[in-house]
Design a protein around this ligand. Sequence first.
Ligand code: ADP
Length: 394
Amino acid sequence: MKNLKRSRVKTIQEIAKLNDLNKRILDSAPISIIIIDKKGVITFVNKYFRQISVEKSPLNKSIFKMPFFIREKLLPSYKKLLSEGTPFKKANCVSIDGSEYINIIAIPTKDENGRINGAISMAVDVSETVRAKLKLDELNSQLENKIAEKTRLLSEANAKLEKSLKLRSQFISDAGHELRTPLSIAKLNLEFFKKQFPTENSPSVEILDSIDREINRVADILSDITFFTSIDEESVDSMNMEKIYLNKFLEDAAGRIKSLAVKKNIKVIFKKNKSNPVINGDKIKLEKLFLNIISNSIKYGKKSGWVKIYIEPDLKNKEIKIIISDNGIGIAKKDMPRIFDRFYRTGFSRHDGEGGFGLGLAICKWIVEKHNGKIVAESTAGKGSVFTVSLPKT
Ligand code: ADP
């Protein structure tokens, strides 16, 4: 009997010790913990709850009457938890004074027979994370507004630019057409004048020839300018593809330009290719392309120099290369990246008075690309240049 009493006292002492340990663990946890009974009445709160809660004496109060749980619409979840044992969590609840953000997790507690007898509800303070996220959201939305505003300004500027480019194109095209007629009349008058007064050795012949050259130059420039404005308007964008036998085609092109070369005593050497290569292309556009490159080689060639044209089928890459090289003035390294840009002219051609308008190579590039080809330039200032046009083989 005495023994039984002693062992019961020991058990009570051990239970008390265990309870004390549990309480200490719950108190030292960095989260707020409450224990409620089956009716939602608070039977235990840990230290952390007391620190953060505005509720001064929460014990024996029902959570169903406490403002925080009502305002956060948590009552149905607690009811379901206490009646059916369904755990729940809810993120970003706001403390009653509005200063903290809390995530809540609640799970049921059961007696020794497995019946629900209450619940443990835990709350984690996530204020810092939520505030950081809110700040990030705010910054994001400010950034989005700024981007939207900049995009709007950019598209406005784009529309203005497009409009002014269209106007410029229209103006150049109109001016080009207007200038062509008086230019043709001037040329006709000049020829008439030359025939009427054929004074072979007179100094006026030189003057008339020089006027003729200038008229031709202006006509060439006009033709380049109107070529581009028509591409921009997309009216000559269509291609008239046909078979082109390159030996004959390039021989004709070289022949057409010979008179220009003779004046500078430049030799134009064309080497036919034995395989008689053939490509598919737009004859008129390809003629413009090769005449531009060859005439540049002559324009920027040295007196008594040479221009070589040859064809090199590249069977591995299923393309045909047409290589035009000269031993002329060459192109400075710094100019190389820009020579295919519209209106770009090197310092030399700007000053020598022989160059055009800086449109020739831009037109060449456009024509080559329209044929799905490539154009590459290599040059050494003072030594000469090599232009390689690669076109797909038929
Ligand atoms: P441009 O109408 O001035 O000749 P292009 O577009 O045909 O314009 O050529 C652009 C520039 O590239 C020229 O101004 C010239 O300085 C340079 N260039 C083109 N081809 C040659 C070449 N064969 N030798 C030296 N310079 C060249």
